[in-house]
Design a protein around this ligand. Sequence first.
Ligand SMILES: Cc1cc2nc3c(=O)[nH]c(=O)nc-3n(C[C@H](O)[C@H](O)[C@H](O)COP(=O)(O)O)c2cc1C
Length: 216
Amino acid sequence: MKKIVAINASPRKGWNTWSMVNEASEGARSKGTEVQFFDLYKLDKHAGCMSCFACKREKNAGKCVFPDGLAPVLEAIREADGLIIGSPNYLGDVSSEFHALYERLIFQTLTYKKNPSRYDYRRIPVLFIMTSNANKELYMPLGYKKMLKRYQDGFNDAVGNTKMLVAGNTLQVKDYSQFDWTIFDPQAKQEYHDNVFPKDLEKAFDYGVEMVDKAW
Ligand SMILES: Cc1cc2nc3c(=O)[nH]c(=O)nc-3n(C[C@H](O)[C@H](O)[C@H](O)COP(=O)(O)O)c2cc1C
């Protein structure tokens, strides 16, 4: 595997989502694969799908060509052998930046024809990471599992086989005493961050290795 594209869809560089995506990238790099890293919130001005339908014109055939900050990311994914993408959970969903990219990545592949329903594209393995305040055990009762499955299905259909990794109960801020928050136990949060989050990072690293080794 020559090149993987890794994408952080959190505004906070160096925090939970970025760290998970970075660790998966390190796993891939440890196998000699080049990783091109994008921070979506740092890109030039861009938006989700502009509904121009240029991707459905014969000359573009399945390629989003809207010229903005997301264009180089979409181009890099089209040339990549794998995709690692992470989003924080925002209001029970992905971040708006994640969704902007997702709209353009997925919609470009649809033909709006009965047959074939999708343009030809090279399938690549995908790792979709989510970090959240909620612990993994709450994913089912809160409906997050269903939400994740929807994105997984979208990636499966339009990009390639997709594995999921969740890091829950994340540390939201360094110093909880600075905020007027009453629902968290700062000590328990810190302990979880110190003891469990490193294991989530290890899992991310292992997925990066596996993506290169098995190209699922
Ligand atoms: C706007 C906003 C909405 C959030 N909504 C949720 C939510 O619905 N469920 C949840 O579990 N965590 C929620 N969180 C917490 C984040 O998902 C969590 O802290 C995440 O790990 C942050 O990622 P980061 O450290 O990479 O920024 C929210 C945070 C923000 C800022």
